[in-house]
Design a protein around this ligand. Structure first.
Ligand SMILES: [Zn+2]
Length: 96
């Protein structure tokens, strides 16, 4: 490995890896952080769908994110959201 910079800390010479190496480290870490987690309260699953936060709010589901923005839901919560919105429509149709 080549080192681009040499610094001293507490009298010891420390080798600092080349910036390109650091950037590669940072970008690979960024890639894993890019995975969004579900915005439903107390859910840490990986988000697979993004829907309007307002619609989720209307469906009666609580979000840990701002409802004014788009919400990211995991598969399970997306299914729940779909079911709830569908149910509302069905109820409206049956309630006559
Ligand atoms: Zn979820």
């Amino acid at each position: 490995m080549t080192f681009g910079l040499v610094g001293t800390r507490r009298g010891q010479t420390v080798l600092i890896p080349e910036p390109s190496y650091l950037m590669r480290m940072a970008s690979s870490r960024h890639a894993s952080e890019k995975k969004r987690t579900c915005d439903a309260t107390d859910c840490n699953k990986e988000a697979s769908r993004s829907v309007s936060g307002k619609k989720v709010d209307k469906a009666g589901m609580s979000l840990s994110s701002d409802p004014a923005k788009s919400a990211h839901l995991c598969k399970d919560h997306y299914r729940e959201f779909k079911k709830k919105t569908k149910k509302d429509r069905t109820l409206e149709r049956l309630d006559w």
